[in-house]
Design a protein around this ligand. Structure first.
Ligand code: C6P
Length: 420
């Protein structure tokens, strides 16, 4: 380890993550699957157990002390999230189960009511299924047509093709900020500006960017943005939708039931105010509170510091991956400093199945993902049924990357030898 590496962000905060300090198959765990879900710091685990041990009650309903505390915690988390992404008001943050539900909320509430036969939705070939399937369902119901932005030669978002697709027929752009497979960071601000010039609304899938970089929804000027708590050091079962207040105001409710109403009669109901209009039923209260603790935790470190450190890790990862024989990494290459790409790499090694690689790496305590990562159409373009994927977060170290690449090379040698 060099003197500089000794003082990495990971070395300062790793003790906060109890799960990382264990052995798998007798080897220290090396967790390289944070794009699937991130690990949780003690502060988040404590917030969750504190809620269930001390404050557990339903929100917005009771006048008793526990219910008041639960409501304050839940609504306090909304304030924290609003500040975290710089929303103009707390009414613009809707708690959902995850990013997938948030996209469905927009698709069913806005899409069904605004799209007409022949209208066009622009998305890209690299989207997660969560940003394909809801639009495919809505397109089928409304007669709208989906257009897919292709990739450039170096497997990045093709902005020129996007410009060519954008037309008077376009009503919506639904685009991923950071691809969970290509690792590219898409030019969402430019896309939004171009779309808005034509009066087109834009939804940003920020699942893989919110946990890794500072997000400012007002600066970005997106109409909606979605993310999942479990990828940003929070618990699973809670995510959020950001939407511009004026747009959310005119959208009808997605789900009906308790919490989202103002008054109910035998012959109808009136809607509650934002944000409750979109939060039908008892929400994931403890999880939302713990997500607030995750936001506090990330903020206390600083999103710019996290992003800078992850860029260093990305540069190191790609330097090391260049040593691996017969490897095909998908997506654009980062700069020497790790810029222009997120801290993940999906790859295939000639002649070896990704799931065989991940199974053997697991025997060495190394957790990577294999499969299609819910980007099947993209994998089909690459004529691959799936890939292996390594994905980093700020608790990962240089040494873990070195060990991963060492074991990967040994595994490839092993397969090469048995295949003759
Ligand atoms: N990607 C991965 O391993 P949910 O399931 O709703 O929390 O997140 C869906 C989702 C949406 N968009 C992007 C860009 C994503 O990466 C994901 C989740 C995980 O890559 C699970 S497939």
């Amino acid at each position: 380890m060099t003197a500089i590496q000794e003082k990495t962000l990971a070395s300062e905060i790793r003790a906060d993550f109890p799960i990382l300090h264990q052995e798998i198959h007798g080897k220290p765990l090396i967790y390289l699957d944070s794009a699937a879900t991130s690990q949780k710091p003690l502060a988040v685990l404590d917030a969750l157990s504190h809620y269930y041990e001390k404050d557990n009650a339903n929100v917005h309903r009771g006048a008793h002390s526990l219910s008041i505390r639960a409501t304050e915690g839940y609504e306090g988390s909304r304030d924290k999230l609003a500040k975290f992404v710089n929303a103009a008001s707390r009414q613009e943050i809707i708690f959902t189960r995850n990013a997938t539900e948030a996209i469905n909320l927009v698709a069913y509430s806005w899409g069904l009511n605004h799209l007409q036969p022949g209208d066009e939705i622009i998305t890209s070939v690299m989207e997660h299924h969560s940003n394909f399937v809801p639009w495919q369902i809505i397109a089928k119901q409304t007669g709208a047509v989906i257009k897919y932005v292709p990739l450039t030669e170096n497997e990045d978002f093709d902005l020129e093709e996007f410009k060519a697709l954008l037309s008077e027929k376009t009503k919506l752009v639904a685009l991923v900020h950071v691809s969970n497979t290509l690792g590219c960071i898409n030019p969402v601000e430019e896309v939004i500006q171009l779309a808005h010039e034509k009066g087109v609304k834009v939804l940003v899938d920020a699942c893989q960017s919110v946990p890794h970089m500072a997000i400012d929804v007002q600066k970005m000027d997106c109409d909606w943005l979605v993310a999942s708590g479990h990828k940003m050091c929070g618990p699973s079962g809670v995510g959020f939708l950001y939407g511009k207040q004026a747009i959310l105001e005119e959208m009808p409710p997605f789900l009906g039931g308790g919490e989202m109403i103002n008054e109910v009669f035998f012959d109808g109901f009136t809607c509650g105010e934002l944000p409750h209009k979109f939060e039908a039923g008892t929400p994931a209260i403890g999880e939302a509170i713990a997500l607030g603790a995750a936001v506090d935790y990330l903020t206390s470190i600083g999103m710019d510091k996290i992003h800078d450190y992850e860029q260093e890790l990305t540069a190191h990862l790609f330097k090391k991956l260049a040593e691996v024989p017969n490897i095909r990494v998908y997506g654009p290459l980062p700069s020497k400093e790790g810029k222009g790409r997120a801290s993940l790499a999906a790859f295939n090694v000639e002649g070896i199945h990704g799931s065989d690689l991940s199974t053997l790496l697991d025997q060495e305590g190394i957790a990577i993902r294999s499969g299609h990562h819910c980007t099947q159409p993209l994998h089909r373009l690459f004529e691959a049924s799936g890939s292996a994927r390594v994905s980093l977060h700020f608790y990962n170290t240089y040494e873990e990357i070195d060990q991963f690449v060492k074991i990967l090379k040994e595994t490839i040698d092993f397969f090469t030898n048995i295949m003759g």
